[in-house]
Design a protein around this ligand. Structure first.
Ligand code: FES
Length: 135
């Protein structure tokens, strides 16, 4: 018959092995985070005066006004996060039909907030857009 010391020792061994097993499983079950670039850099000539360049692979659009002003918008719908698509008159969300003006302002809901503007800089012949934080 096992005494109290042996029972405690067996319990501690079982507990230690269980924790080690859980830690080992956790490492295999949780994805490792890939290093994702936090900026996009492109030649300034790719965004024409009074035009736009959609970068679907990065989920953003860079526009240049007729006055040369540069803007970058996140193409994530502010309603529930679907990807909006560019149209002749702005952006449309395929999920619930929100429409946004070319400057990202809400035209029709259900979205109530404008598309997020991203930090965008033009230095020399390059445009750099800072990507939104991954969620
Ligand atoms: S997610 Fe875009 S309108 Fe709902």
């Amino acid at each position: 018959m096992a005494g109290p010391a042996q029972t405690r020792r067996r319990f501690l061994q079982t507990l230690t092995l269980s924790v080690a097993g859980l830690v080992g499983c956790w490492r295999y079950l949780t994805p490792t985070r890939a290093t994702v670039p936090r900026e996009v850099s492109l030649p300034a000539t790719e965004v024409p005066q009074g035009g736009a360049l959609v970068l679907p692979e990065h989920g953003l659009v860079v526009t240049r006004g007729r006055d040369g002003g540069l803007r970058a918008l996140d193409l994530t719908c502010t309603h529930l996060g679907c990807r909006v698509t560019a149209t002749e008159n702005g952006f449309t969300c395929p999920c619930h039909g929100s429409r946004f003006a070319p400057d990202g302002a809400v035209l029709t809901g259900p979205a109530t907030r404008a598309l997020h503007e991203l930090v965008c800089l033009e230095v020399g012949d390059r445009i750099t857009v800072r990507l939104p934080e991954a969620t």
